[in-house]
Design a protein around this ligand. Structure first.
Ligand SMILES: [Fe+2]
Ligand SMILES: [Fe+2]
Length: 139
């Protein structure tokens, strides 16, 4: 039962990461020069809203599954959000050129996934499956 729930949670995290990646990729097709300030704000709002709810979801999961690195990962979420904001602020200030916004945001996302989310994913698999297999085989 808990094993199935952990698998469902992992799939949900994956789908949310994919959706965030797609939302960022869509920015590639928008020329910042053509974007009105209101549209830039809309991009910021959409990205930060999905990012915020994704992070909240992960933080709830970490607590529910007793993840020992919950506080480190939660602090990393704040740094992640700050980095996102500074890239988007760069758009508003004309510091970040149109062609590299998307790749900068993708890098921030990938960096967090590799350094934090993947480790949480491995913890869940280890907790519910690796030990479950060991127990089942009598090791
Ligand atoms: Fe995370
Ligand atoms: Fe994540």
């Amino acid at each position: 039962m808990e094993e199935q729930r952990a698998i469902d949670d992992l799939h949900l995290i994956e789908r949310q990461h994919a959706a965030l990646g797609e939302a960022i990729e869509e920015l590639q097709e928008v020329s910042v020069a053509d974007l009105a300030a209101a549209q830039i704000s809309a991009c910021r709002l959409t990205l930060l809203t999905s990012l915020g709810s994704h992070m909240k979801f992960e933080e709830e999961l970490m607590k529910r599954h007793g993840y020992p690195l919950t506080s480190t990962h939660t602090i990393a979420h704040r740094a992640f959000r700050d980095q996102f904001n500074s890239v988007i602020d760069g758009i508003d200030n004309g510091v970040v050129s149109a062609w590299n916004i998307s790749s900068l945001l993708q890098k921030v996302l990938k960096h967090h996934e590799i350094n934090h989310d993947d480790i949480f994913g491995h913890f869940l698999i280890d907790k519910y499956f690796f030990h479950a297999v060991e127990d089942g085989s009598g090791i």
